[in-house]
Design a protein around this ligand. Structure first.
Ligand code: HEM
Length: 441
C-alpha cells in the first residue's frame, strides 16, 4: 500500500484509482481530500460499507458495519457512557485497578525473574478494565488460569479473515451470504448473547440504587428512532464485542510504546520524569493529573502514528460527489474510498524518516507546522472513535503507572512483531521485555 500510495501521490486530483480484488476504489492521497471525505462532505461518505449478515453472522451487526438510521441509533445510545462525568468518576476505580495490577506484576517478577511476556498479561488486564467500565462488574481475566473472558473473546473474535473470505465479503456479498460466511463463530455469538441476557435478568431481579448505568443498560433501553424497533439481543451482543475489541487497541498501543521506549532509554527517562513531576504536582494520579502529561501524550501520539492499528479507513460514496477543484470528475455513488492511514503516517513529506520513533514530532510547535489531516489514528468526523477520550485517559494512566514503577529494556527475546496484516496492525507472536522495579516513594 505504501508503494501504491507514493505512486499515486503525484495525481493532481488528490486521489488515484486502484482495484481492491475486482472492485474499483478511490485511494485518497491528499490531506485536503481526507478532510472532505471524513469531515466536511460527510453527507456524501457517511457509510463504511462493512459486511453485515444478521442471519448467519449476528455479531457482525455492530456500529462499524451498520449504516443509516441504525448506526445513528447505536452511536447516540452509547455516547453517554463516555461523558466527562462518567470518566471522572471511573478514574479512581481505574487507578486502584492499576495499583492492584502493579502488585500482580511485582509478584510475577519475584516468582519468574525480570523478563515478562507483556502481550498476554496486558491483554488480560485490559479486558478486566473493560469489564469494569462497560459492565460495572469485576473481571477475572488476569487471575483466571484459562484467561477468562479475554481468551474467550479476543482470541476467537479478532482473527483476521482469510483473503478469499475477504474477497467474497468485499466484492461478492450475495455469494458470501449464500455461503453463510461468518467472521465470528456461533459459540462466541451464543456466549455473548448469554452474557447480555444474564446481565439484564440479574439487574431486573437485584435493584442496587447506587449502581452506575452500564453499556447493556443503555443499549437495552433504546426504543428505536421510530419508537418501535428496539435493539435485538444479537445487536446488543455485537456491540459488546466491538467495545471489547476496541478496548484491546489500548493494550496494543501500550505494548508498542513500551517496545519503542525500551530501545531508547533517554526518551524513556524523559517520559518517566514527566510522569513523576505530574504526580507530584497533583499529589497522585488524579483525573486532572491524567489530563496534564504532555510528554506522555507526545510518546503515545508517536506510537499511534507509527502503529496506527487501523491501517486504512474505508468510506463508501453515498451520493455522487464532484471532486473539489475538478468538478467534472465525479465519484459515483457506491464507489469505495480508502483513506490510507498507515501510508499517510509513513509519508516522509509529513513525517521525515518515518520509521524513526521520535515523540518530538508531536511537540506543540512541530505539530502546528504539519499539514492538517495527517494524523488519523482515531479517525475523523462524525464516525471517529467514540471511545477516544476514555482511551486517552486510560493510556496515560497505564503509562504513568508503568513508568513510575518499572524500567523497561530489551532482552534477547524482544522483537518487532508487527504483522503485514491487510486491515489492522496486529501483534504477531509474543512481546518480551526486561522489567526492573525502580525506587518508589
Ligand atoms: C488506542 C485506542 C483506540 C484506537 C487507536 C481507536 C481507533 C478507532 C478508529 C480508527 C475507529 C474508526 C474511525 C473512523 O472510521 O473514522 C474507531 C471507531 C470506534 N471506536 Fe475506537 N479506538 C481506540 C479505543 C477505543 C475504545 C477504548 C473504545 C470503547 C470502549 C472504542 C470504541 C470505538 C467504537 C464504538 C467505534 C465505532 C464508532 C462509530 O462507528 O461511530 N475505541 N476507533
Amino acid at each position: 500500500m505504501l508503494d501504491l500510495y507514493q505512486q499515486l501521490k503525484s495525481s493532481k486530483h488528490g486521489f488515484g484509482g486502484i482495484f481492491q480484488f475486482t472492485e474499483p476504489v478511490a485511494l485518497i492521497t491528499h490531506p485536503e481530500l481526507v478532510k472532505h471525505v471524513m469531515v466536511q462532505d460527510y453527507r456524501h461518505f457517511h457509510d463504511r460499507n462493512g459486511y453485515y449478515d444478521a442471519e448467519h453472522d449476528p455479531l457482525s451487526g455492530h456500529m462499524l458495519n451498520r449504516e443509516g438510521e441504525r448506526w445513528t441509533l447505536l452511536r447516540r445510545s452509547v455516547t453517554p457512557i463516555f461523558s466527562s462525568g462518567r470518566l471522572k468518576t471511573f478514574c479512581p476505580e481505574m487507578v486502584q485497578m492499576m495499583v492492584n495490577f502493579r502488585e500482580y506484576l511485582d509478584a510475577k517478577l519475584d516468582a519468574e525473574g525480570a523478563k515478562i511476556e507483556l502481550k498476554e498479561v496486558m491483554g488480560r488486564f485490559n479486558t478486566d478494565i473493560a469489564v469494569r467500565f462497560l459492565l460495572g462488574i469485576e473481571g477475572t481475566s488476569l487471575t483466571d488460569s484459562s484467561g477468562g473472558l479475554h481468551t474467550a473473546i479476543m482470541r476467537e473474535a479478532f482473527r483476521l479473515p482469510s483473503l478469499w473470505k475477504l474477497f467474497l465479503m468485499t466484492s461478492h456479498r450475495s455469494i458470501a451470504r449464500k455461503m453463510r460466511l461468518a467472521l465470528f463463530s456461533k459459540h462466541l455469538a451464543d456466549l455473548l448473547q448469554r452474557t447480555v441476557q444474564e446481565s439484564i435478568e440479574f439487574h431486573q431481579q437485584h435493584f442496587i440504587p447506587s449502581r452506575r448505568q452500564n453499556l447493556i443498560d443503555l443499549l437495552a433501553k433504546v426504543q428505536g428512532i421510530d419508537g418501535k424497533t428496539p435493539l435485538t439481543l444479537p445487536e446488543i451482543a455485537a456491540e459488546m464485542l466491538l467495545f471489547f475489541g476496541a478496548y484491546d487497541a489500548t493494550g496494543v498501543t501500550i505494548f508498542y510504546c513500551l517496545f519503542e521506549l525500551a530501545q531508547q532509554p533517554d526518551l524513556q527517562e524523559r517520559a518517566r520524569t514527566c510522569v513523576l513531576e505530574t504526580l507530584e504536582k497533583y499529589g497522585g494520579m488524579t483525573y486532572e493529573a491524567l489530563n496534564d502529561m504532555p510528554y506522555i501524550d507526545q510518546c503515545l501520539n508517536e506510537t499511534l502514528r507509527k502503529y496506527p492499528l487501523a491501517i486504512n479507513s474505508t468510506r463508501v460514496v453515498t451520493a455522487d460527489y464532484s471532486v473539489p477543484g475538478t468538478p467534472q470528475i465525479v465519484l459515483p455513488k457506491g464507489l469505495n474510498v480508502i483513506v490510507p492511514v498507515y501510508a499517510i503516517h509513513h509519508d516522509p513529506e509529513y513525517y521525515p524518516d518515518p520509521e524513526r520513533y521520535d515523540p518530538e514530532r508531536f511537540a506543540a510547535d512541530t505539530s502546528e507546522r504539519r499539514a492538517p489531516y495527517t494524523f488519523l489514528s482515531f479517525g475523523l468526523g462524525p464516525k471517529s472513535c467514540v471511545g477516544y477520550r476514555l482511551a486517552k485517559i486510560q493510556l496515560r494512566a497505564m503509562m504513568g503507572m508503568l513508568l513510575s514503577s518499572y524500567a523497561f529494556s530489551s532482552c534477547s527475546e524482544t522483537k518487532d512483531s508487527r504483522s503485514a496484516a491487510h486491515s489492522v496492525i496486529k501483534l504477531e507472536g509474543e512481546l518480551w521485555l526486561k522489567v526492573n522495579r525502580i525506587e518508589r516513594n
